[in-house]
Design a binder for this molecule. Structure first.
Ligand SMILES: [Fe+2]
Length: 250
């Protein structure tokens, strides 16, 4: 099983604060059934511009440490790219990582916006024209989702895939995100789940959250796609077929 979203690389963003934390996180992930983790450290211009070569070196070191400590988890490079108008250039200039060198790119938007700005669609189109597939991080957390969940339907129609955070269902990000994720699960609007872990604290709750998530998903096949199938396709750089959600009228 692959965690699609995790801040496990130490000392590069607000995630793991040291190597020991990273090892603890990976061990806790292994207990949950994860054997792979996408290291999606924040890339935010200009506050937190990771230097890609150093980041990749840290991932290599992390994998060596995990082997030495017999953790049984592999870390793959990635980034959670905070929305900007030049994501295509950043990828081409190798300033940011796609997910495990695939065509898939994890992007987050500002949380507190009531609309999806038009330039977001422009940038997603640009990415698609270059062969990349945008994945929107934690769509349940945005104000525009709370205001009108159908906006996410438009994004899916535009070829954007959605990655929800496991803990949202337990209310970690507030009541709106909790309600949004329930609606999205019921309407088959989620393509991936991720922990979005920034440390060790929430791992004990993930099992409970995953069980709860399962209750809201229409069938076993969809659950398996979201949990196992689709993340594996990202790792293998394979195409993911999108199902079109059934939305409630608002
Ligand atoms: Fe994140």
């Amino acid at each position: 099983m692959l965690d699609m979203h995790c801040h496990i690389v130490p000392n590069v963003d607000d995630g793991a604060k040291d190597l020991d934390t990273s090892i603890q996180m990976a061990k806790a992930a292994k207990l949950l059934g994860y054997d792979g983790i996408l290291a999606t450290s924040h890339y935010i211009v200009p506050d937190n511009e990771l230097v890609n070569s150093e980041f990749i070196k840290k991932i290599d070191e992390l994998n060596k440490e995990f082997k030495k400590n017999k953790v049984g988890v592999t870390v793959y490079k990635g980034n959670e790219i905070f929305f900007t108008n030049d994501i295509v250039d950043l990828i081409k200039e190798k300033k940011v990582c796609t997910l495990a060198d695939s065509r898939y790119v994890l992007i987050e938007l500002p949380l507190y916006t009531n609309v999806i700005p038009l330039n977001v669609y422009d940038e997603f189109n640009k990415l698609q024209d270059e062969g990349y597939i945008p994945i929107l991080a934690h769509p349940e957390r945005y104000d525009f989702t709370t205001k009108n969940i159908n906006l996410l339907y438009n994004l899916i129609e535009a070829g954007v895939l959605l990655q929800a955070n496991i803990s949202s269902i337990l209310g970690k990000y507030g009541i709106d995100a909790k309600n949004n994720v329930k609606k999205m699960l019921k309407a088959d609007m989620i393509h991936f789940l991720g922990t979005d872990s920034h440390g060790i604290s929430n791992y004990s709750t993930y099992n409970k959250a995953i069980k709860k998530i399962k209750k809201y998903i229409s069938d076993e096949e969809t659950f398996n796609d979201i949990m196992y199938g689709n993340p594996l396709k990202v790792l293998k750089n394979q195409k993911i077929s999108i199902w079109y959600p059934e939305i409630e009228e608002k």
